[in-house]
Ligand binder design. Structure first.
Ligand SMILES: C[S@@+](CC[C@H](N)C(=O)[O-])C[C@H]1O[C@@H](n2cnc3c(N)ncnc32)[C@H](O)[C@@H]1O
Length: 243
């Protein structure tokens, strides 16, 4: 049974105030790198797994996608997505990615931002994704980087000289991690980079790009708080294709 933390009032009231949720994709610093991995949008049939407020669903339509299906477990997230001006080519569906079935050969792009690290049955889900893509179709996604998800007590350590480090323990121990993020007990799944990559290879995907995202100098100049993201990668971005 999946944890539906985004429907918990206290969690949702914190999460919805994140700038990336208030103003959308341009406030997500990793978005330019993820966008660069996307195939051309015109005419594409797109599925967004863990669509949240639907920011990417609307972006895909604005850039020419023919049809977009946004799937999410959270009623509150979907309600916010559906509060945007109606577009008959965007369909939002409540669904649990742990048990989801997708129609075979039904789409050109499966996109997912910061959702797969919540999923325990990832191999099952990605097998569905592979079958749902047409030959030549793309899977583009981001997850929290394994260096970020691994530690049993995540957090910066600052020494006497002000040097920040991110201690990593338990890296080889895959599985659930309980985090305090707005509320205690938020469950995320830690996996090795090699596990993500080997799962994709075993399913038949061809990797097209990997990014261990870090801010550019221009981003740090514009938003100095991003400088600490140079110390360790927070996001792992992947582009893959079904050949
Ligand atoms: C960090 S948010 C990302 C939302 C959106 N993709 C974005 O980048 O703004 C993670 C999303 O995954 C959804 N989610 C988590 N577990 C899920 C599951 N088992 N099935 C479907 N959606 C799930 C949450 O409800 C939430 O909307």
């Amino acid at each position: 049974m999946a944890q539906n933390i985004y429907d918990q009032d206290e969690f949702f009231n914190g999460y919805r105030r994140l700038s990336r949720q208030v103003t959308g994709l341009d406030s997500a610093p990793e978005w330019p790198a993820l966008r660069a991995m996307l195939p051309p949008m015109p005419g594409a049939r797109v599925i967004d797994l863990g669509c949240g407020f639907g920011w990417f669903c609307r972006w895909a339509r604005e850039h020419g996608a023919a049809a977009v299906l946004g799937i999410d477990l959270s009623e509150k997230m979907l309600a916010q997505a559906q509060a945007s001006p109606h577009d008959p080519a965007i369909r939002y569906q409540r669904g649990d990615l742990e048990t989801l079935s997708l129609a075979p050969a039904s789409c050109d792009l499966v996109y997912s931002s910061l959702t797969f690290h919540y999923i325990a049955a990832l191999e099952r889900l990605w097998a569905q994704v592979y079958a749902a893509l047409i030959p030549g179709g793309s899977l583009v996604f981001s997850v929290e980087h394994p260096i970020y998800t691994a530690p049993s007590h995540p957090g910066w350590v600052v020494d006497e000289q002000g040097i920040k480090t991110w201690p990593v323990d338990s890296y080889q121990v895959e599985g659930p991690r309980s985090r305090t993020w707005y509320v205690p007990g938020v469950i995320k799944q830690h996996r090795l980079i090699s596990t993500y990559v080997n799962l994709l290879i075993c399913l038949g995907f061809t990797l097209t790009r990997l990014e261990e995202w870090g801010p550019t100098d221009a981003q740090i100049n514009a938003t100095p708080e991003l400088a600490e993201e140079k110390e360790r990668p927070m996001f792992f971005l992947v582009g893959a294709k079904k050949i």
